[in-house]
Design a protein around this ligand. Sequence first.
Ligand SMILES: Nc1ncnc2c1ncn2[C@@H]1O[C@H](COP(=O)(O)OP(=O)(O)O)[C@@H](O)[C@H]1O
Ligand SMILES: [Mg+2]
Length: 304
Amino acid sequence: MDSFIVAENLGHVYRGGTVALDDVNLNIGTGLFGLLGSNGAGKSTFMRIICTLLVPTQGRVTVGGLDVVTDRREVRKLFGYLPQEFGAWRLQRVEEVLDTLALLSGLEDTSTRKQRIASVLAAVGLEKVADRKVKQLSGGMLRRLGVAQALVHEPRVLIMDEPTVGLDPEERLRFRQLMTDLSRDRVILLSTHIVADLGSGCSDLALIDHGQLQFRGAPSELVALARNKVCEVTVTEIAEADVSTRMEVVARTVRNGTVTLRGVIKDGVVPGARIVEDITLEEAYLAFMTGRGRRVEVLEIADN
Ligand SMILES: Nc1ncnc2c1ncn2[C@@H]1O[C@H](COP(=O)(O)OP(=O)(O)O)[C@@H](O)[C@H]1O
Ligand SMILES: [Mg+2]
């Protein structure tokens, strides 16, 4: 595997003493890399250091062999950023925004810019709204415009900190597909606390908790670790309260007065439980964290 981003003994302590990162060693290569962790785990701190926006208090990071602290200017050229806001551009047309940002990033030749813009608009599926004003775009379209502008100077690395926050389920799906497509020939580092947002295009992931790296590997390896830890159990409504203290429930289905719970087994036994084979990545993450005595917010419990 190529290692384009290399973090060695990386640590960060904020003024005031919060340890946000603690001795993290991590290699990241081409493809879609997911950085998973609950709120406060240290994801944004890690990304800000890689983006050269924050100087680490310990250890070092190189990107393409360049040091993020001492070669900051060169490192920045390798990146595409995903901005959170297009507020200042509300009255401009999509195409104009991209043209201006491309010019600012140093693409001075007009015809090159035209070609590039057409190609990034097609890549993110916004070619039909090129003439629309920014204020007329939906939340999902705005996020894709963000990706388009990040791509316009053809960066080697795309860094996205929680890009799916605020998107509806359909937009999430579309965004996931876009990330998978774009990750074929570049490094995409995407952080999220929503496991399902990584999708099947994710080739590798790291799990951080309280600033420490807990797991690094393929999604299938995390799933393999959860074998025999995910179960389904059918109970009456009366027995439900007892059973649900023995597991972290991820799904609850009611049919003809009986309740089926699916989830991760906490320590001990769940009476009457069947072990589930088709473990999702989300369940695997939950099983991993539960095994370490950590609580994780379950995104949604389907009740149908
Ligand atoms: N500017 C800051 N000053 C002090 N503490 C901070 C600052 N930014 C983040 N932290 C703390 O560092 C820890 C990690 O935060 P962060 O990297 O933002 O986590 P995540 O992005 O995973 O939610 C948290 O405890 C957070 O409160
Ligand atoms: Mg964050």
